[in-house]
Design a protein around this ligand. Structure first.
Ligand SMILES: Cc1cc2nc3c(=O)[nH]c(=O)nc-3n(C[C@H](O)[C@H](O)[C@H](O)COP(=O)(O)O)c2cc1C
Length: 248
């Protein structure tokens, strides 16, 4: 069986969609083909790959409570293509959003259901993931955790001659367990959908989120966006700058 995974994030690197698609692939058997959709130049290549696929998995961000416009454009072309070629791959969807509630992806899921019904394709279901940006950061933190383990092991060899540092491993284990906990909802639902993709059956629509309380999420999100604003255009993005008054 062949599954085509389409990363629909416009970001070239480190998109949350690429993270969730990576996790999804771990749970699906058979041939896996990865594609990226950023614009019309990608359409022909992706459609050619879909021709003999049993399943197509869209990984995409939620934009303004719906499907990003460049993906809508592709869906229109895919509808015609599937009808012309008389092909019926099962369509699955992994949507993620910045806010914490995964259920915000429901309108997007409905767009995919409507697209499938119009194109004569079976809709295999999807997973809507809240706190996508923060979950994406957990994979970077995991790499930092590994780097710290290596550093602590080197320091332990230099200082005491011992290769195995108990403290370093305990600290690594604690951090890794915390990061795993944040991702548990995502892993559960992607694992569940993976088994449906392998069988070609319908997984239904499921919603999950990063497993932290909302008030903690808001606190971290505020700090994150203040830091992001400083790096990407100055604090408060010119709110305090003198404004030109437009004369009518
Ligand atoms: C133009 C735009 C619109 C967005 N609209 C929403 C939205 O309506 N609700 C939401 O929760 N997040 C929204 N987001 C945040 C993205 O869904 C979020 O950053 C997502 O994790 C990006 O996924 P990616 O890294 O795979 O591109 C929006 C982001 C952008 C750039």
């Amino acid at each position: 069986m062949k599954t085509v995974y389409i990363n629909c994030s416009p970001k070239k690197k480190f998109s949350a969609s690429s993270y969730f698609l990576f996790l999804q692939k771990l749970f699906v058997r058979g041939k896996k083909v990865s594609e990226t959709l950023r614009g019309p130049a990608d359409h022909g290549r992706i459609l050619e790959n879909i021709k003999d696929a049993d399943a197509v998995v869209f990984g995409l961000p939620l934009y303004v409570d719906s499907v990003p416009s460049h993906v809508l454009r592709f869906m229109k072309e895919m509808e015609c293509f599937c009808k012309e070629e008389n092909i019926h791959p099962c369509v699955y969807c992994i949507a993620n959003n910045g806010f914490i509630e995964g259920s915000q992806n429901e309108p997007l899921m409905q767009c995919f259901e409507n697209f499938c019904s119009r194109s004569g394709l079976p809709f295999g279901g999807g997973v809507g993931i809240g706190g996508g940006v923060m979950l994406n950061v957990t994979r970077i933190l995991f790499i930092v955790d590994i780097a710290l383990l290596v550093l602590n092991t080197v320091l332990s060899i230099v200082n005491t001659g011992a290769f195995f540092s108990k403290e370093a491993w305990i600290s690594f284990g604690e951090n890794a367990a915390l990061l795993l906990y944040f991702n548990l909802g995502v892993l559960y639902y992607l694992g569940r959908m993976g088994s449906h993709i392998s069988k070609g059956s319908c997984a239904g629509k499921k919603y999950t989120r990063i497993l932290i309380p909302s008030f903690v999420f808001i606190l971290f999100a505020d700090v994150f966006f203040i830091i992001a604003s400083v790096f990407e255009g100055g604090i408060f993005r010119g709110w305090l700058a003198k404004k030109e008054i437009e004369k009518v």
